[in-house]
Design a protein around this ligand. Structure first.
Ligand SMILES: Cc1cc2nc3c(=O)[nH]c(=O)nc-3n(C[C@H](O)[C@H](O)[C@H](O)COP(=O)(O)OP(=O)(O)OC[C@H]3O[C@@H](n4cnc5c(N)ncnc54)[C@H](O)[C@@H]3O)c2cc1C
Length: 392
């Protein structure tokens, strides 16, 4: 049994498999293993996501990574002949008077980075979306292409089979120890007692990333935060619509014959409590639906009668409590230990760019496609948080 690999990736969620896929894609010929403790992915962030992709961010890197993600989805679907069901209906962000300047400044920045976003006045909103109650709205912004939602489960599974075909070894086991010297990782230990030596080690463990990193005596501020998703039936709800993001943080989009909705604590001005959750807590917060989501939707879409829950689930964001932005690249001292963590709710759309970024760092020692150096671990050491104004 082989016990030494050039690259070991811990975690086989969307980020781990994307990293392996991009390594092979840029002709990395060394041996690669992915270690996964739960091949059913029942607790992973990837399995609980809702497949959204959008470019309406304020941070350059977030815009660029999402654009790379959209391009990747289209090319991957074509090359691998897999239908990812990319519904390019856009995201529609709504703003009240107090948020309008920020929305316009963001749209300008997004367009500068080639994102296809259109600002909309209240009368244009009314004209294009007659079902929308525009009371209290000062404007909005709509993604005209490259935004919408896709079948993330299919993407995850297609990437997994592609890397298997590319001689990436999949190992079942939970990493329980990381053995390191002063400047490098040497090996990892699995719960079954097996020790694996590695040239490079990648942390792609999603919401568990902070716990994993602690095994190497490093503090990485990533923690699980619970998010509840509700599949609802709303009589006369628009069958075709973009992903609607209300200023209150409530969002809604179609899902087959139903709709999917939730709420983003970051936009609720403290109305929704948001703190670290237990890694085993998957209980959806129905009170959130009754107290915030339902009344908001009923006011914003007055023609829809009675939003009723058909199904619900909860999953965990891989939340970066430092600045809610991904941490990518090597540790400052343990130079062969790479982070691909802390996506804070946008890891599906960032997984292609993040996988490519880490692959380039391993193979070339530098970024070749997108310069994501500001997302490095250094900013945590130096206490220099980045800022993203439009998190959902
Ligand atoms: C409700 C919800 C909705 C979301 N919606 C969107 C969206 O619309 N768009 C978007 O872009 N993002 C979305 N996200 C975020 C996105 O799902 C995550 O950012 C992304 O899936 C993270 O992928 P990952 O591979 O890093 O982590 P994960 O999918 O969690 O994978 C990590 C893997 O590591 C394994 N692992 C952990 N510890 C160990 C260990 N010690 N040993 C071995 N294996 C280990 C786990 O078993 C797991 O399978 C959403 C998340 C949630 C919860």
């Amino acid at each position: 049994m082989q016990n030494t690999y050039d690259v070991i990736i811990i975690g086989s969620g969307i980020v781990g498999v994307s990293t392996a896929w991009h390594l092979r894609g840029i002709d990395f010929a060394g041996s690669i293993a992915i270690v996964e403790r739960d091949p059913s992915f029942s607790h992973s962030s990837t399995a609980h996501a809702v497949g959204g992709i959008w470019q309406q961010f304020s941070l350059k890197e977030n815009i660029q990574m999402a654009l790379y993600g959209a391009k990747f989805l289209k090319e991957f679907a074509k090359d691998q002949n897999v239908d990812l069901d990319f519904q390019e209906h856009g995201y529609l962000f709504l703003a009240e008077e107090e948020g309008l300047d920020a929305l316009h400044a963001n749209v300008e920045r997004q367009r500068r980075h080639k994102a296809d976003i259109a600002p909309l006045t209240p009368s244009l909103l009314q004209q294009h979306f007659p079902w929308l109650n525009t009371d209290g709205l000062a404007g909005g912004a709509l993604g005209l292409s490259n935004e919408g939602w896709f079948d993330s489960h299919r993407l995850h599974s297609a990437l997994r089979s592609a890397v298997r075909d590319w001689e990436v070894t999949l190992i079942k086991g939970s990493v329980t120890e990381i053995d390191h010297a002063d400047t490098e990782i040497r090996s990892i230990m699995l719960d079954n007692g097996r020790r694996l030596k590695c040239g490079h080690l990648v942390n792609a463990t999603g919401p568990n990333a902070g716990n994993l990193t602690r095994m190497a005596r490093i503090r990485l501020p990533i923690e699980p935060r619970k998010r509840s998703i509700f599949v609802v039936h709303g009589k006369s709800a628009p069958a075709e619509m973009p992903v609607l993001v209300d200023p209150s943080g409530v969002f809604l989009r179609p899902e087959g014959p139903f709709h999917i909705c939730g709420v983003t604590p970051a936009k609720t001005a403290g109305k929704v409590e948001d703190r670290r959750c237990d890694l085993s807590d998957f209980e959806p917060d129905r009170e959130l639906f009754e107290s915030i989501i339902r009344p908001t939707l009923e006011a914003r879409l007055p023609d829809v009668k009675e939003f009723k829950i058909v199904r619900s689930w909860a999953g965990h964001y891989d939340y970066n409590s430092f600045d809610q932005i991904a941490v990518l690249g090597p540790h400052t001292r343990l130079a062969n230990f790479y982070f691909a963590n802390g996506f804070s709710g946008i890891g599906l759309q960032q997984a292609p760019a993040a996988g490519r970024a880490v692959a380039e760092l391993i193979l070339h020692g530098a970024y070749q496609t997108l310069d994501l150096s500001r997302l490095g671990f250094e900013r945590i050491v130096e206490n220099q948080p980045l800022e993203e104004e439009n998190l959902i």
